[in-house]
Design a protein around this ligand. Structure first.
Ligand code: F6P
Length: 359
């Protein structure tokens, strides 16, 4: 059944051969796939497994925890803590990094993850995912929070699993982005989407449009132009999608192009964005860049941001390169005041789209 097929573990051993990470990183990623298979099994059982619904507790973000958030978090910890490969782990579901029990050997890596991304979709049977990022632990001893605060360019591996009609893992070790599909009968991930490439141009965007009035002017400008379609400056029609699972929206973009935005907004002024840098934005940005796409806050490359806190939030715009470059240009023009007056009649009245009174 495996003849002519490349399993994820074989693929990783070959990709990492001759590098300093050759044995341990492949082994750690295989441990991650063990957790992913357990989470896939639970999400697939849904109501039949008694897994749906909330626990009545809140995570450090103040979000209500679903049963599956916590079970997925436990699955990841149990799969990765014992093998002598990680020095510690940090998760969306844990306020502080997880310290390994004394009996387990410490390894060279830090694993940071969102065990179940898009969990508002669990109870309605819409795709959810797991996102992970691997960093090196550069010293001996148990890591403290500050050891995790490394910029995304230092990730040695990152990826996600998507629990959709099929379960897939998409990952990178810095040598392209590759997709694997779970063959449930044999329990292996098989390479099905080698060397994914995101088209540089696109006519599809993903954003939660209900937040439009809270966006900054450059994002309002971009989306207004997309919506104006062939009657506006862009001269062509655009399509919009929003699944409310970042992993699912990102996966579509990797398959056929597009951009995803969760920009800064003024809905909750204390938060500079919705998505978390360490276990959402950074790993996905690594995957996207390795597939030829771009990932930005609108003003900076995500992978170069210096994290200041484990659960830090950032604005996120990623996907087809030329569209992200256009968004960055709109931010530059806005910040320097050179974005006015606009050619399009849509923008004759700047106050129409000015979110922060910046006219
Ligand atoms: O918390 C992360 C997340 O669930 C992402 O997976 C998703 O893209 C986003 O939040 C959904 O946000 P909203 O509820 O505003 O649509």
């Amino acid at each position: 059944m495996l003849q002519g097929r490349t399993t994820l573990s074989k693929f990783l051993i070959e990709q990492l051969r001759g590098t300093e990470d050759q044995a341990d990183l492949a082994a750690l990623l295989v441990d991650v796939t063990a957790a992913v298979k357990a989470i896939a099994s639970m999400t697939a059982k849904g109501a039949l497994g008694g897994y749906l619904g909330s626990l009545g507790t809140e995570n450090v973000q103040g979000e209500t925890q679903k049963k599956l958030d916590v079970l997925s978090n436990d699955a990841m910890i149990q799969a990765c803590e014992w093998g002598g490969l990680v020095a510690g782990m940090a998760s969306e579901e844990l306020d502080e990094p997880y310290t390994l029990p004394r009996e387990f050997e410490r390894g060279a890596y830090l694993l940071v993850f969102d065990p179940l991304d898009g969990s508002s979709n669990i109870d309605v049977n819409v795709s959810v995912g797991t996102i992970f990022s691997v960093l090196r632990h550069g010293r001996l001893g148990d890591p403290s929070t500050s050891d995790y605060l490394r910029p995304g360019v230092e990730q040695v591996a990152a990826g996600y699993a998507i629990y959709g009609p099929s379960t897939m893992m998409v990952l990178t070790v810095g040598r392209g982005t590759h997709g694997f599909t779970l063959d449930r009968e044999i329990g292996n991930f098989i390479l099905t989407h080698p060397d994914l490439k995101i088209p540089e141009d696109t006519s599809e965007f993903a954003i939660n449009a209900s937040n439009e009035r809270f966006w900054e002017a450059p994002v309002q400008r971009y989306v207004a132009e997309c919506k104006a379609g062939r009657t506006g400056d862009r001269g062509r029609d655009f399509n919009m999608r929003w699944i409310a699972s970042m992993v699912a929206d990102v996966h579509r973009i990797l398959m056929r192009g597009g951009i995803f935005m969760y920009p800064k907004d003024t809905k909750e002024p204390a938060k500079p964005g919705r998505l978390r840098l360490m276990y959402e934005a950074n790993p996905i940005a690594f995957v996207i860049e390795q597939a030829g796409g771009a990932a930005s806050t609108g003003r900076a490359r995500i992978l170069e941001l210096q994290p200041e806190a484990l659960h830090q939030r950032v604005p996120v715009m990623l996907g087809s390169r030329h569209e992200i470059e256009r968004l960055e240009r709109y931010h530059r023009e806005h910040d320097s005041g050179t974005d006015r007056p606009f050619a399009s009649p849509l923008f004759k009245d700047r106050s129409l789209y000015s979110a922060e009174g910046s006219a």
